[in-house]
Write a protein that binds this ligand. Structure first.
Ligand SMILES: [Zn+2]
Length: 214
C-alpha cells in the first residue's frame, strides 16, 4: 500500500477518535446520529455567482450541515466526507458525464494544516474523478474575514491552470458564500482554453443572492 494511503487511514482513525460525538447535536458515542444524518440528505437548489454563473448546491449552509462541514474542514473528521459526499453525488451526477470535474484549488497552507483537499475528497466520495487542473497562483487572505467586495479583490488572479485544454468543465467547491472564488476559477479555466459551464457546491449560504455590499 502506498504511504499516502496509509496516511489517509491514519487520518480517518484519528478522526474517529476525535469525533466521538455527533457534529450536529453533540450526542455522544456516534460519528453522526440518525436524526442529523437525515439533515445531511441532498437538498438540491440553484443560485449564482456575482458574474451570473449558475451554482448547483446540494445543501443549505447552516445548522447541522454547517456544523458537519466545519468538523470535516477544521477538525480532521474525514469520515464525514462519506455522508457529505453522498449528498453531493446526485447534484454532480446531474451535470452529465461529458464535462471535466475540476475542484477549486486548496491553498498550500490549508493543505499542510489538514493533510487533504476537501473539494477533491468530496468528489472522490461521489465515485467521480477529480481533475486537479487549477492550482493557487498566489497566497490569499482567509475569505471568511472579508466582505463581498473585498472577497472578489482578494481572489482576483489567485488561480491558474496547470495545463491548457478544451471542453466543458464543472467547477466544484465545498462551501459557496459570495461565489467570487468560483468566478476566479472560471476565469483561470477560460484563460487556459476550457469552457466552464457551471459550478457545483456541497453547500451554499442563503446570502448568496444578496446584492448588498455588507
Ligand atoms: Zn446528531
Amino acid at each position: 500500500m502506498r504511504s499516502d494511503a496509509w496516511q489517509r487511514i491514519a487520518h480517518d482513525a484519528l478522526a474517529l477518535l476525535l469525533a466521538s460525538s455527533c457534529p450536529g447535536c453533540d450526542r455522544g458515542g456516534t460519528l453522526l446520529c440518525d436524526d442529523c444524518r437525515m439533515l445531511l440528505r441532498s437538498d438540491p437548489h440553484d443560485t449564482c455567482t456575482p458574474q451570473g454563473r449558475a451554482v448547483h448546491a446540494a445543501l443549505r449552509y447552516g445548522g447541522v450541515p454547517a456544523r458537519a462541514i466545519r468538523r470535516l474542514k477544521e477538525e480532521g473528521a474525514t469520515m464525514l466526507s462519506w455522508p457529505l459526499g453522498a449528498a453531493l453525488r446526485p447534484v454532480l451526477q446531474a451535470q452529465g458525464s461529458e464535462a471535466l470535474i475540476v475542484p477549486v484549488p486548496t491553498s498550500r497552507v490549508a493543505f499542510r494544516r489538514r493533510g487533504y483537499r476537501v473539494p477533491e475528497l468530496l468528489i472522490r466520495r461521489t465515485g467521480l474523478t477529480a481533475h486537479r487542473v487549477l492550482v493557487p497562483a498566489r497566497r490569499t487572505q482567509d475569505q471568511r474575514e472579508l466582505g463581498r467586495a473585498a472577497r472578489a479583490r482578494n481572489v482576483a488572479g489567485s488561480m491558474r491552470a496547470r495545463v491548457h485544454g478544451r471542453g466543458a468543465v464543472v467547477i466544484v467547491d465545498d462551501v459557496v458564500t459570495t461565489g467570487a472564488t468560483l468566478d476566479e476559477a472560471a476565469r483561470a479555466l477560460r484563460a487556459a482554453g476550457f469552457t466552464p459551464v457551471c459550478a457545483v457546491a456541497l453547500a451554499a449560504t442563503p446570502r448568496l443572492h444578496d446584492t448588498a455590499n455588507s
